[in-house]
Design a binder for this molecule. Structure first.
Ligand SMILES: [Cu+2]
Length: 154
């Protein structure tokens, strides 16, 4: 309805990130070096297991978000009885990660409903999945521009 104000908002978010984090570029480089290691383990694993990761769209600081993780095998069948942990990190140093356990809500579908972003800005959310056979599989998604405005719903 108001495309103009929407684009201004996203610009404001980007500007806020670079101004608020002087060491942002350095932290990003450090993060990339670390990521090289974890990205490799993500490529394949669990005999072709596929992990998909989704987060409820309205990511707002201080409000629980639902992170849904779907695990399926090479033939597309759901993988049940996996252990799933969700970890959120920001792209700058000095912040504790947010960790939540996900419970299986239907076959191969796991949800963490108490994941709470602790700061506005750009996040990376990682699902750490331990398959029933002990194989570990990871998958990460970017969650940019988490709103710093605390919801007035409560
Ligand atoms: Cu932060």
């Amino acid at each position: 309805m108001e495309p103009d104000s929407r684009s201004q908002e996203s610009q404001a978010v980007e500007a806020g990130v670079s101004q608020g984090c002087p060491g942002f570029a350095a932290a990003l480089v450090a993060l990339c070096l670390v990521s090289l290691v974890s990205c490799r383990s993500e490529a394949t694993g669990g005999g072709g297991a596929t992990i998909s990761l989704d987060i409820s769209p309205n990511a707002v600081v201080g409000q629980p978000a639902v992170v849904t993780v779907v695990a399926s095998d090479a033939s597309g069948a759901p993988i049940t009885d996996a252990r799933v942990e969700v970890e959120g990190n920001m792209r700058h140093a000095g912040m504790a990660p947010v960790i939540a356990q996900a419970a299986e809500v239907s076959a191969g579908r796991y949800a963490a409903s108490d994941f709470v972003f602790t700061m506005g800005g750009d996040w990376v959310v990682t699902a750490r999945v331990v398959l029933p056979d002990g194989t570990k599989v990871e998958k990460s998604i970017e969650v940019p521009g988490v709103s710093a405005t605390r919801g007035s719903a409560r």
